[in-house]
Design a protein around this ligand. Sequence first.
Ligand code: 1GP
Length: 250
Amino acid sequence: MNPGTVLSEIQKQVSKGSKCYWILLDPDDFTLSQASDIAAQAQECGVNGILIGGSLLNTNHLDDFTAAIKKNISIPAILFPGDATQISAEADAILFLSLVSGRNPVNLIGEQVKGAPLIKKCGIEPISTAYMLVESGAVSSVEFMSNTRPLPRTKPMIAAAHALAAQYMGMSMIYLEAGSGAPQSVPNETIQAVRDYVDIPLIVGGGIRDVKTAQEKLAAGADVIVTGNLLRQEKGLEVMKKIVEVVKNN
Ligand code: 1GP
């Protein structure tokens, strides 16, 4: 794919009203050959992008992992970093996240300052993304690692105000996150409220493990849905293929 075109491709899709589906591969959860194989199958069935990353990596193979995925696909490989250590020149782009739901300066601007020069050296495309953590019924890894409070589930307008502020600050996308393996996904009311307030692409992830939930998030206004843990489940690939169909038919 042409360098520097990941965001513009997403914007093009969204402006046509098309929905997208990304899968998240955590380098701690898969071997290189598993990741490469899953990425190839994902592309073949119509997944639109591969996210790579995790809140805390316990392995040291991000470059090799990303290269193994890239070898088999032409859809974008996009880093989804937990911190400034998760940068690789092998990727096409990186979600340049700021955890705007929290009030911890380390996650709002500190890690970004550390990572920005490395991203420039790597030449990968940074995509400014407002990362918003929403309560999910359990303490997520993001909540614990960032030492921030998630947005309350029952107050959609608080989420909408954060998203609008992020758009006004010039961020290119919103990521509404319930957390990896969340017992409850982002509430549909929260997605709707954010959708009503912002017109930049809206990504929703965390706790989406079945077709019905995926459909609900799309209907509520998500432009992109993300599944991660689903692929660690038996029959995960089958569910992924069914979600692709739902996304295509939206
Ligand atoms: C986590 O949004 C992603 O950051 C995916 O979450 O693993 O729960 O699908 P799941």
